[in-house]
Ligand binder design. Structure first.
Ligand code: SF4
Length: 733
């Protein structure tokens, strides 16, 4: 006998609704939920394998402890005892900063990650906090922090109402979007064209998205900031600046105009490879479209001018009057969020610095590009132990070969992870969370980035196994080990309730927290219920009868539509001035570095990454349906470069950079520009000591052996993963 269950897919940022067929406690098939208020039946190949991912025989179901060089299964108490025995002596002997923590990308896809990691990091008390954010989107957080006062105030393109979309370094046909939650992103792009609009893609590769666009503009890797500054220059020079209703809400307009003077299209054209006339016409197109948006993603962040590029994208949206208006870029308001006051303390970085390279803290963490320095370099506060949660930095961070060697030298390492992978093979203890079918789900991160406001909660499809432990319980118990205090679940709930009854202006101000009836079967659900009921659309524990609560979301398994995005300025701002700070001095101070790069000669050959629809970083390569078919981990190279190196399709080449070398199979294609080669990331599963049989049989090569940990975007600490100078040499057959 089978049953049907509905849930949000937690595998990427698109937040699609899935319709699952469940037999017993197993998901036997998954398809798009046609009644879902946001995704309307869309599903991608990854979501369709939801059940297979859960059933993966290589998924760990009991903790592992390393004994005599081998990982063996043990019970939970024994595993936590081993964690206490490993971590506590390091902290007692060397202090809290001797323990580093690395948080991987999947944490933003779980309720436990959203609610229980912060207490764990706080309990550790370490300055050595690292995450996947500094190999991904940190420049966007930093630029938005300076512009709007909060690194989490990120405007998204209003895809469903725009007339003209300019996309840089984004490939949603493969990724389904990022920092813009939009189930069926490709369908929404096609809808722009169907209603008479246009979208233009700027990318060094003719991606699937570029192939579908009205126009594809090739650009030299890492040079988007020049193109964007050329557009800004044109907007000022040609009298196209029109802030509209933002006129009285923006500081720093003349400072940006002054900075843009050096970047006329005729000046930047040679550097970025885009004709000056096209730069000018893009500016005019953006200014003249009734509703236009500029959107940039990974290719604009993982470059040496990542923060400047991210900032310029918002600057153009502001100068053309497209910030915070329908069809432009807008700020979502998620159900667990509350509108703000429109003012705040603003954004700052550098509250502490990394020990070895002196790199500033950003958003509570340090650049992962310096994690190996902190482990390898002797001295006070040298990192001797590491906690990883859902991360695989041995594959996903720059010069990963060096980090892999550094991990092997740690005194102790504990990983919360469902797999024994390239990183967790170094762990002394591995604590596996339950599979995603056995967890409740609410997207704390991505509902705050959705192109339409909606809310959805998915209860667990099946109960957790007797031998498994809930992920919140795992993180709470780790927190107890380092803090000495237990009952974290109760503490978090009473803190959340106390906040709503003690905040002046709250509709519940002065009430007793004990009188507020909280719903939810698990600790994360109870915290979610409080957040929903006291959020922007909440029922305020009965004061707003039609408002949201966890129970209301459970009654609506296809989600609750909360309408199109609404203007939020100035309420969303957290700047001390209560205005958009268009030209923060920290950002302006980085512009001379960009100007100096105008005179730099081009590298002969540079490496960029690429995405594939059936892949998501490093962690989905153990699902047979997602890795079958021809090898996707190839080195794409332009025919002119292939001729230069005397290569034919399928040849094996040696690729080298300052950081390291790999051998790769050549794929000759004019999808990449001359002078550019492309490898996907997240591969390289051919190391000993892992337990991912499918991935090991389809290992690919690790592109991050080539990326360079010594080069970062200085404002954000983000790694540079695109535009890496490389050499290619044929390998003797
Ligand atoms: S696009 Fe993302 S959220 Fe949607 S089904 Fe695919 S993996 Fe899941």
């Amino acid at each position: 006998m089978s049953r049907t269950a509905y849930r949000t897919c937690p595998l990427c940022e698109a937040a699609c609704g899935l319709e699952l067929t469940v037999a017993g406690d197993r998901v036997v098939s998954a398809r798009g939920d046609r009644e879902h208020v946001f995704s309307h039946g869309f599903v991608c190949p990854k979501g369709a394998t939801f059940g297979q991912l859960a059933d993966d025989p290589d998924r760990l179901r009991r903790p592992l402890v390393r004994r005599d060089g081998r990982h063996v299964e043990v019970g939970w108490d024994e595993a936590f005892d081993a964690v206490a025995d490993g971590l506590r002596p390091v902290i007692e002997t060397y202090g809290p900063h001797a323990v580093a923590v690395y948080l991987g990308n999947p944490n933003v896809h779980t309720m436990a990650g959203g609610l229980y990691l912060s207490p764990l990091v706080k309990a550790l008390g370490t300055r050595n906090v690292f995450s996947a954010s500094t190999v991904d989107q940190m420049p966007k957080h930093v630029s938005c922090g300076y512009l709007y006062g909060s690194p989490l105030a990120i405007p998204v393109p209003d895809l469903d109402r725009t007339d003209f979309l300019l996309m840089l370094g984004a490939n949603p046909w493969e990724s389904n979007g990022s920092l813009a939650t939009a189930a069926d992103f490709p369908g929404r792009l096609k809808a722009i064209q169907a209603r008479g609009g246009r979208f233009v893609v700027v990318d060094p590769r003719r991606t699937r998205t570029a192939a579908q666009a009205d126009e594809h503009v090739f650009i030299r890797p890492g040079t988007d900031a020049f193109l964007l500054f050329g557009i800004v220059h044109t907007l000022f020079a040609d009298g196209l600046v029109s802030l509209g209703r933002l006129d009285s809400l923006v500081n720093g307009l003349s400072s940006v105009a002054a900075l843009a003077e050096d970047f006329a299209p005729s000046v930047v054209s040679e550097t970025c490879g885009v004709p000056a006339a096209r730069i000018r016409s893009l500016a005019h197109e953006l200014a003249s479209s009734p509703r236009a948006a500029v959107y940039g993603r990974i290719g604009t962040c993982t470059v040496e001018f990542g923060t400047l590029t991210s900032w310029l994208i918002d600057v153009i949206n502001i100068l053309t009057g497209n910030l915070d208006r329908p069809g432009g870029v807008m700020f979502p308001l998620a159900a667990h969020q509350r509108p703000g006051s429109g003012k705040g303390k603003g954004f700052r970085v550098g509250r502490w610095h990394s020990r070895v390279r002196g790199l500033p803290e950003v958003k509570g963490e340090l650049p992962v590009a310096t994690l190996a320095d902190e482990i390898e370099t002797p001295g006070d506060e040298q990192v001797r132990a590491l906690v990883t949660v859902a991360g695989n930095p041995a594959l996903s961070t720059p010069n990963s070969g060096r980090l892999d060697r550094a991990l092997a030298g740690l005194s102790f390492m504990v990983s919360v992870d469902p797999y024994l992978n390239e990183t967790t093979r170094h762990a002394d203890v591995v604590l596996p969370p339950p599979d995603p079918t056995r967890k409740g789900h609410y997207d704390f991160s991505f509902l705050a980035l959705a192109v339409r406001n909606f809310a959805a909660y998915s209860p667990p499809v099946s109960p957790i196994d007797a031998e498994a432990m809930d992920e919140c319980d795992i993180l709470a118990r780790l927190t107890t080990i380092v803090s000495g205090h237990d009952s974290l679940h109760d503490q978090l709930l009473s803190r959340a309730l106390d906040r709503v009854v003690s905040t002046p202006g709250s509709p519940l101000f002065g009430r007793s927290a004990a009188d507020l009836p909280v719903s939810g079967d698990g600790p994360a659900e109870r915290l979610l219920d409080v957040a929903l009921r006291t959020g922007a659309y909440g029922d305020w524990f009965g004061l707003v009868p039609e408002g949201l609560s966890l129970d209301r979301l459970i009654e609506n398994p296809h989600g609750v539509d909360l309408g199109p995005l609404e203007p939020r300025l100035p309420e969303v701002l957290r700047t001390p001035s209560g205005k958009v700070e268009l030209c923060d001095p920290a950002v302006a101070a980085d512009v001379p570095r960009l100007r100096a790069a105008l005179d730099r000669p081009h590298e002969a050959l540079v490496l960029i990454g690429r995405r594939h629809l059936r892949s998501n970083n490093s962690w989905m390569h153990n699902v047979p349906a997602l890795v079958k078919g021809r090898d996707r981990c190839t080195l794409q190279i332009h025919p002119a470069d292939a001729a230069r190196f005397d290569l034919v399709d399928g040849d094996t080449v040696q690729v080298t950079s300052r950081a390291g070398g790999i051998s790769a199979t050549v794929e000759i294609t004019d999808q990449v520009m001359p002078g550019v080669v492309s490898l996907p990331h997240g591969w390289g599963h051919d190391v000993a000591g892992t337990r991912q049989s499918v991935a090991s049989a389809h290992p690919g090569v690790n592109s991050n052996v080539l990326t360079d940990e010594t080069v970062i975007d200085p404002l954000s600490g983000n790694s540079v993963l695109n535009g890496i100078p490389v050499e290619v040499k044929p390998l003797a057959s």
